[in-house]
Design a protein around this ligand. Structure first.
Ligand code: C2E
Ligand code: MG
Ligand code: MG
Length: 673
């Protein structure tokens, strides 16, 4: 564009010139600084254009390359030159040089600012070509700076994303709204990486350009993947955890539903894990869990999911079981996988597992229900002797639900004093005198009535309530003895049953000792009943505790004797006073010679070891007579008395009620040789 001078130097009076100069300066100030920068690209161009301006006394033409881009800018310059003449050129040059310095400074600052960014920043022209980049862009995409400038920006993206990116950029240019997209970028060497691309429109010198910021997502994505992995996997074994298992289970159930197929949930619990963990320490315990996880995984097909639920519990999902027996085969494979001994920390461990199985849709349509049912079935497998498989059955389900309710109620039972004690006398078979009584706990349930200890003692053990319950019984018995004594009752020693869990506690001695001290009961009035299996686990520590308690003056009886699978060699080692012959032998000894032989052997053994024998569950006069004949010292059973309340026992003791054996009822049986 060419402009003819508006006014000519020298033709105007000075006031006009000054007014024009002032006006031009004001106008210049009004021009956005950026527009002045835009006029001149380089110092050389500036000089050239200024020279040209002064020579022609007019505004620069479009061909001057001085980028005198707008009519307005040209006009100012023209007015200025016209107004000031040669002096004006000098003033303008000085002013523009000053501006150039600032411009160069600000350009540098701009570059510094974008270079400081850790993200690749790319300025893109309307036609999609790159006009400016920062240092990070050079590093990130692997091109030289010169290669990048004027390159189509889409080339920085994976080919499949180029079209969509171009469309988005066009929208950004049109609407001026930010746009953020997750795309795949491509380096010069063709390697791709994930980016988050944010594009915004800016106006620079009246040109609309796009600032594109590439955020490299490689690290963030792998961190997210790590977090996702942690959230859905067990850190010890690397197996999926409960959350992921349930997720996969729901998917498998939807699939099975559509295809009318079966799906199996297999619940696995290691049988002897706790013993290994307790005796060998957690490190070996962890190694065992890892090894077990590997074995389970190796026993299954790739489409089966194995998860660790926590502790020593694993669960398997078999999504494509053809039949229940198919699922059982999978479960048996897992049991089989455990049979080889594990070698850990130079030692050999024989580990078995109990496995429970539930099937979709037979045992439930919901993942949580199927998992719960497989868990119950596993519990059943444990009850049936471990190292085996049990299927879920509806009846098992009802029992399990009741079990659960009862377990919850037991917490209240302890707090609300719903427990009570009955006492069953033991009588001497020779004199017929009451020589002691066994305290037996009962639970008066608010809706179910009296609940037997065989039902709730195992529950209390399972729920960790047995210590509280056991100590309650001990204290109650001691307090009762004191009350009887205060009432002048001729007190007999009382036997209290101890659970294996109580005996395993290090605090067992302190508990017994403390209660005796608190209540002031003489130790010989207390007898503790343990079972053979209690003695067979943690033998050493239990032995030590028993010796300490025995030294206080208490007695020990071995309950349900003859039912344990223990060797007899341990008997003399423990400070035991009495063997209680289990009810099962007494019940059948009249009809079954084998049971009679067992009773006879036990009485003999006890004799040799100088232990007392008490027959449990005696209901008939024939049993009494036979026991007498065999040389058994005492009996306990309905024949003499059922378990009774504290007052009733006191009355028996006070009246010195005795066992009578009608001579006619004595059986005409020969004791075995
Ligand atoms: P146990 O210690 O062997 O107790 C004897 C069980 O035999 C008692 O059952 C008693 O009522 C029953 N019994 C006694 N005489 C006869 C009889 O002539 N015929 C028959 N059929 N049964 C008779 P109970 O009271 O149901 O107790 C069952 C088991 O519960 C006890 O067996 C004992 O192991 C456990 N138990 C009871 N009280 C406690 C307690 O306070 N703590 C712990 N840990 N266990 C307890
Ligand atoms: Mg007992
Ligand atoms: Mg017993």
């Amino acid at each position: 564009m060419r402009f003819s001078p508006v006014v000519h130097m020298g033709k105007l009076p000075l006031p006009w010139r000054l007014a024009l100069l002032g006006g031009a300066i004001l106008l210049m100030l009004a021009i956005p600084v950026g527009e002045i920068y835009h006029i001149i690209a380089t110092t050389a161009q500036l000089t050239q254009s200024a020279a040209h301006l002064s020579r022609v006394g007019a505004a620069a033409s479009a061909a001057s390359q001085a980028r005198v881009a707008s009519l307005r800018e040209s006009l100012y310059v023209e007015i200025l030159l016209t107004a000031l003449g040669a002096l004006g050129v000098v003033v303008l040059l000085v002013a523009l040089y000053g501006t150039i310095w600032r411009w160069l400074g600000s350009e540098q600052r701009f570059q510094q600012i974008i270079d400081a960014s850790n993200n690749a920043i790319v300025l893109v022209e309307r036609d999609g070509r790159i006009v400016e980049i920062n240092r990070r862009a050079v590093e990130q995409f692997g091109y030289e700076r010169a290669e990048l400038l004027r390159m189509p920006v889409d080339q920085l993206l994976a080919p499949e994303h180029r079209l969509v990116a171009a469309a988005r950029r066009a929208r950004v240019l049109r609407d001026g709204e930010h746009c953020t997209s997750q795309l795949t970028a491509q380096r010069k060497n063709q390697r791709t990486f994930p980016v988050e691309l944010t594009e915004s429109r800016v106006e620079l010198n009246r040109r609309r350009i796009v600032i594109a910021i590439f955020l490299d997502m490689t690290e963030r994505q792998s961190a997210e993947e790590r977090i996702r992995h942690l959230a859905y996997h067990d850190s010890l074994t690397g197996l999926p955890n409960r959350a992921l298992f349930l997720d996969r289970l729901e998917q498998a159930l939807r699939h099975a539903h559509r295809r009318d197929a079966l799906a199996a949930v297999i619940f696995i619990d290691l049988d002897n894990f706790k013993a290994v963990n307790d005796t060998m320490g957690h490190e070996v315990g962890d190694q065992l869990l890892q090894a077990a996880a590997l074995r389970i995984r190796a026993a299954l097909r790739a489409e089966d999911t194995v998860a660790r639920l926590g502790g020593d519990e694993f669960v398997v999902l078999t999504p494509e079981a053809q039949s229940p027996s198919d699922a059982a085969v999978v479960a048996q494979k897992i049991i089989q996988a455990m049979t080889e001994p594990f070698i850990l920390a130079g030692q050999t461990f024989h580990i078995t597992c109990s496995v429970g199985l539930s099937l979709y849709p037979r045992d439930g349509r919901d993942g949580g229900v199927l998992l719960g049912n497989a868990d119950q079935a596993m519990y059943q497998a444990k009850q049936e002797g471990r190292n085996r498989l049990a299927f879920h059955t509806p009846q098992l389900h009802t029992t399990a639900v009741e079990h659960l309710h009862l377990a919850n109620d037991l917490y209240a039972a302890l707090k609300q004093e719903q427990l009570l004690l009955a006492y069953q006398p033991q009588v001497d078979l020779q004199s017929g005198k009451i020589i002691s009584a066994e305290a037996l706990v009962r639970w008066r349930h608010p809706t179910r009535g009296l609940v037997a200890p065989n039902v709730f003692i195992p529950l209390a053990e399972e729920k960790g309530l047995i210590l509280e319950l056991g100590n309650w019984v001990l204290r109650r018995v001691c307090e009762q003895i004191r009350r009887w004594q205060a009432a002048g009752v001729p007190v007999a020693p009382v036997a209290v049953n101890l659970s294996a869990v109580q005996c395993r506690e290090e605090t067992m001695f302190q508990a017994v000792h403390g209660i005796l001290e608190d209540t002031g009961v003489a130790p010989h009035l207390l007898e503790l009943e343990l079972t053979e299996s209690t003695l067979m686990t943690h033998t050493e520590s239990i032995h030590a505790r028993m010796v300490k308690i025995k030294n206080l003056g208490l007695h020990f009886a071995l309950d349900d004797f003859g039912t344990g699978y223990s060797s007899l060699s341990y008997l003399p080692r423990f400070p035991i006073d009495t063997l209680k012959i289990d009810i099962s032998f007494i019940r059948d000894m009249i009809d079954d010679p084998k049971d009679l032989a067992v009773v006879d052997t036990i009485v003999d053994l006890a004799d040799n070891l100088q232990l007392r024998t008490v027959a449990e569950g005696v209901e008939k006069a024939e049993q009494v007579a036979l026991l007498r004949l065999l040389g058994c010292q005492a009996m306990q059973g309905f024949y003499f008395s059922k378990p009774v309340g504290a007052d009733e026992l006191a009355a028996m003791l006070q009246s010195d009620r005795r066992l009578e054996v009608p001579a006619a009822a004595a059986p005409v049986l020969q004791a075995p040789a």
